[in-house]
Design a protein around this ligand. Sequence first.
Ligand code: SF4
Ligand code: SF4
Length: 107
Amino acid sequence: MNYVKGVNQDQPWYEVNEAGTVLGGGTSLAVNTGEWRIMIPAWHEKNCIQCLLCFPVCADSSIPVKDEKRGEFDFTHCKGCGVCYKVCPTFRKTDAEKAITFEKEDK
Ligand code: SF4
Ligand code: SF4
């Protein structure tokens, strides 16, 4: 899926898509927003009670749910905002007891 005309240094301005042009639906999947991340969540399944409170708060739909259970983060799209970490009921527990921990990402 590529809705952007090949943008490169040799391309004249009049061949670039006009700013704000909506070229199609579902394009967010094609953007690797995970590259923007500086903080990263980690899911610890053994501490997860599957309450699914984290799933609806993720603005990037980066917490997949199947058969009423969450799965591993989609790190291609997770921006590392930390909202899932804050909403998790294990937030006030020790790191060893948390279902989600959150730390600076090594790149
Ligand atoms: S850190 Fe933010 S973007 Fe990443 S999974 Fe959690 S809520 Fe979604
Ligand atoms: S909010 Fe925490 S305990 Fe609930 S499903 Fe998400 S990771 Fe698991």
